[in-house]
Design a protein around this ligand. Sequence first.
Ligand SMILES: Cc1cc2nc3c(=O)[nH]c(=O)nc-3n(C[C@H](O)[C@H](O)[C@H](O)COP(=O)(O)OP(=O)(O)OC[C@H]3O[C@@H](n4cnc5c(N)ncnc54)[C@H](O)[C@@H]3O)c2cc1C
Ligand SMILES: NC(=O)c1ccc[n+]([C@@H]2O[C@H](COP(=O)([O-])OP(=O)(O)OC[C@H]3O[C@@H](n4cnc5c(N)ncnc54)[C@H](OP(=O)(O)O)[C@@H]3O)[C@@H](O)[C@H]2O)c1
Length: 247
Amino acid sequence: MTEWVEGKVLQNRRWTDELHSLQIEADIEPYKAGQYTRLALDIDGTRIARPYSFVNPPGTTYHEFFFNSVPGGPLSNQLLELEIGDTIWLAPKAAGFLTLDEVPDGRELWLLATGTAIGPFLSILKTADPWQRFDKVVLAYAVREAKDLCYADRMDALAKKHAEHFVWLPFVSREKVKGAMPGRITTALEDGSLEQRTGVNLRPSSSQVMICGNPEMVKDSMEILKSRGLQKNLRHTPGHITVERYW
Ligand SMILES: Cc1cc2nc3c(=O)[nH]c(=O)nc-3n(C[C@H](O)[C@H](O)[C@H](O)COP(=O)(O)OP(=O)(O)OC[C@H]3O[C@@H](n4cnc5c(N)ncnc54)[C@H](O)[C@@H]3O)c2cc1C
Ligand SMILES: NC(=O)c1ccc[n+]([C@@H]2O[C@H](COP(=O)([O-])OP(=O)(O)OC[C@H]3O[C@@H](n4cnc5c(N)ncnc54)[C@H](OP(=O)(O)O)[C@@H]3O)[C@@H](O)[C@H]2O)c1
């Protein structure tokens, strides 16, 4: 199999100085919502590759990736600079298990994301699966400042379309913002305010939780959920918590 497929940049959307979305045209293999691929650029004669989650659902004519510039990071700071028509390399085959086919059935589906890790959930929410398999879908999306809250219009549109089924709750941790929860997802999980605010109960008998992003948030959320009786979802031992760490 070819190791890399050449892609062309169709769009580089700048949300803030640090946050961008790339749309890329590339002939890669089909993937599942929630998966990631590797993007690569040739930098000073070396091909530097990193994993990035698909934002768009399978079957789209382009591929979209949402990322931030990490201080000193070799690839992310070069991705920011890409222009329409530039070449970018993609791994031909997607990977990853943060997909709904790995998640057992339930009544409530909880999606917890920090920062750019909203990407895989945007992809999943654009498919029919969550709406067919769960009565309620709750998305908690945490960022530092209001300006970092990207794709909010997509979430609003989903909330309109799936009014009875979908609750999305932004968290803004470093400034006060009307309509957003203050602080961190982990605090709201622990003190019950996440359930109070969404009006949805989190329980081992019927809830499934997918978590993605900052590894400390993933770890701490899992500990809190385990103390509530939820278990990590493993292929040989189905549970309630399915995770992906971004670093
Ligand atoms: C499965 C998977 C999927 C991923 N999907 C995405 C994605 O869709 N969007 C995205 O922005 N990143 C994603 N990442 C992270 C991404 O692969 C890169 O690590 C990141 O873009 C930084 O690349 P870099 O080469 O500039 O720095 P790196 O050398 O990769 O990272 C330097 C340091 O930056 C920190 N870091 C890495 N990624 C992030 C991040 N996203 N936010 C904050 N700090 C970070 C870590 O401390 C890391 O050690 C994913 C990672 C994994 C493992
Ligand atoms: N304005 C900026 O300067 C800016 C903006 C975006 C990104 N960046 C750069 O991008 C990188 C990533 O930043 P990011 O904001 O995308 O990701 P992040 O640091 O993971 O923060 C995203 C959200 O996750 C929360 N969080 C962090 N650790 C947590 C934990 N252990 N438990 C629960 N919640 C936790 C943060 O809350 P807290 O605020 O409480 O940490 C914030 O609400 C950084 O290197 C940063 O320099 C900078």
